[in-house]
Design a binder for this molecule. Structure first.
Ligand code: ZN
Length: 551
């Protein structure tokens, strides 16, 4: 056995055949540890062969303070340069990933711990400017211990400098993505790493502002297992996803394809299934519809999106401490037209329902929705929402975190979007928790869905002082599709398979899809500002005698 053919994994200590380890991109086949990659290795794995053109940052002052600790900083820099063959800790390249153009800035931890000095800041700014110039997405791969002490306040200022370079990309509507690798700390974490539209991390990668040692010394406690790891950050709403190295191209490709325009005549072949006259709908007791709307066999938001057939990149987290399981969202495409889908998520079994909080969102759910709506507006992508909730979660934690504020913000932001917005109430449309996702240019309701200010049971208990009056209350509230349509609350009704959506869920999803495509086909021809104005005008006169005149 030739020992040089083998290496020992720093995670589990197992001997790994080097060729296999390399083939897996530096991932241990036993424990899955993602070993650090050099910038060169990373670019080699990410970019299509021979697609890369190096972007040269402007020359920077390299030792502004003539700093000396145990060694002169200038000597440390020389050593890092000769060891890595790099000028600074960041390499910037413009190239393609599976044929899609992108500018990539990659940090190399070997270069003084990936610390951020003036040259590194300059490289990140140059990458952002290159993306701006070519109107390409920017992908940043981070690995850093934080700011470089030897450059003093010059280093500190790089946080503001790079953050504002990111702001320019927001203003230009260009997608930014961060891939967090282990470790990403301090000034890099608190600037460009966390400002990207989409933040994904490699399994086990740690990210934070203060390092674990500093925190432990400050609070004088041991930190819990897994603190600040990618999995921890995902659970706390600070990441969109944890993606193993091998799956990265699959996630990046649909994201990088976002800018591609849909075919001319997009959606022309789809027949509009939406019913616009209440007379065409059967009359039934509202209580019967309420029961159907709650059937656990009805397709959920994730079922609909899966049945629609596009690549779906789920985006998670409110970026403020939580990821609500009762609201899901992400980017997908409808026959090549990118859309941001956001919806309530229930489940088909008790276990799923418990995991999804029965489709009752926390404030974090509405904050995630707002984040994704803003992202859609930035990227000029239409928003599609699917509504199915008994209502927003009533509880101590929800109140403590501003449930009312979060719902109100959703109502305002959604109405203010200058991209097309289509909403479909696919199940239960329960009160403010439902309306928060329903401020649309076209509001549709599924044939057996409901939309109501309060649950019939709640209304009966309060006004009739008896839960037994729920059926009467349901009728009185006008929660069913024909009444909603007749009252002008919704614009149309999406038919369901005979017996209800739960009888043939995939078929039901297809009809919802066709309805959405037909609404978008019309709306996407219109100017964004005009759409917003029409949405606002309609809300302005809603329920008044002037409503019909205004429309
Ligand atoms: Zn291992």
């Amino acid at each position: 056995m030739d020992l040089t053919d083998w290496l020992s994994c720093a995670g589990c200590g197992m001997l790994v055949y080097r060729k296999r380890f390399d083939r897996m991109g530096g991932v241990c086949p036993d424990c899955g540890r993602h070993a650090p990659l050099t910038a060169e290795q990373r670019l080699g794995r990410l970019l299509d062969p021979r697609s890369g053109t190096t972007v040269e940052p402007a020359p920077s002052v390299h030792d502004p303070l003539r700093f000396e600790d145990l060694l002169p900083y200038a000597d440390r820099l020389d050593t890092a340069r000769s060891r890595t063959g790099m000028d600074c800790a960041v390499r910037v390249v413009r190239g393609t990933v599976r044929g899609r153009g992108v500018v990539v800035a990659v940090m190399d931890f070997r270069f003084l711990g990936g610390s951020m000095g003036t040259a590194e800041g300059e490289a990140v700014v140059a990458a952002a400017e290159e993306a701006l110039k070519h109107r390409l997405p920017l992908l940043i791969v981070t690995a850093s211990g934080g700011a470089r002490m030897q450059e003093g306040a010059f280093s500190l200022l790089q946080m503001a400098r790079t953050s504002n370079a990111m702001a320019a990309l927001d203003e230009a509507g260009l997608l930014t993505i961060t891939l967090v690798t282990d470790p990403t700390y301090g000034g890099v974490a608190a600037s460009y790493a966390t400002l990207s539209d989409v933040i994904i991390a490699e399994p086990g990668a740690r990210m934070g502002f203060a390092g674990p040692r500093v925190i432990e010394q400050t609070i004088r406690q041991r930190l819990p297992e897994g603190f600040q790891t990618a999995e921890f950050l995902l659970e706390h709403g600070l990441l969109d996803g944890v993606v193993p190295r091998a799956e990265l191209p699959q996630v990046l490709q649909p994201l990088l394809a976002l800018g591609t325009p849909a075919e001319p005549g997009w959606g022309a072949a789809v027949e509009d299934p939406v019913i616009r006259y209440p007379d065409l709908l059967p009359e039934r007791p509202a209580a019967q519809v309420v029961k159907l709307a709650r059937d656990l066999g009805r397709p959920t938001t994730l079922d609909h999106v899966a049945a629609w057939g596009g690549e779906f990149v789920e985006l998670r987290g409110d970026r403020a401490g939580a990821d609500c399981p009762a609201v899901v969202g992400g980017l997908t495409d409808l026959d090549g037209l990118p859309v941001m889908v956001i919806g309530h998520q229930k489940g088909h079994t008790t276990q799923e329902l418990v995991r999804r909080d029965f489709g009752m969102p926390s404030p974090a759910g509405y904050r995630k929705a707002v984040r994704l709506m803003r992202l859609a507006a930035k990227l000029r992508v239409p928003v599609v929402t699917l509504i199915d909730t008994p209502g927003a979660h009533p509880g101590l934690e929800a109140e403590r975190h501003g449930q009312a504020h979060a719902i109100a913000d959703c109502l305002r932001v959604m109405g203010s979007l200058d991209v097309p917005v289509v909403s479909v109430v696919t199940g239960e449309g329960g009160s403010g928790g439902a309306l928060a996702l329903a401020v649309a240019d076209r509001l549709l309701v599924s044939e057996n869905a409901t939309f109501s200010v309060i649950s019939p049971e709640g209304c009966a208990a309060i006004l009739w002082r008896s839960g037994e009056a729920a059926a009467t209350a349901a009728d009185a509230l006008g929660v069913d599709a024909p009444t909603l349509l007749a009252n002008g609350i919704v614009d149309g009704v999406v038919p369901e398979p005979a017996g209800g959506a739960h009888v043939a869920p995939e078929q039901a999803s297809e009809v919802v899809r066709d309805a959405v495509v037909c609404a978008l086909r019309e709306l996407r021809e219109q100017d964004g500002a005009a759409l917003r104005e029409a949405r606002r005008r309609r809300l302005r006169w809603f329920g008044t005698y002037r409503e019909k005149v205004a429309l």
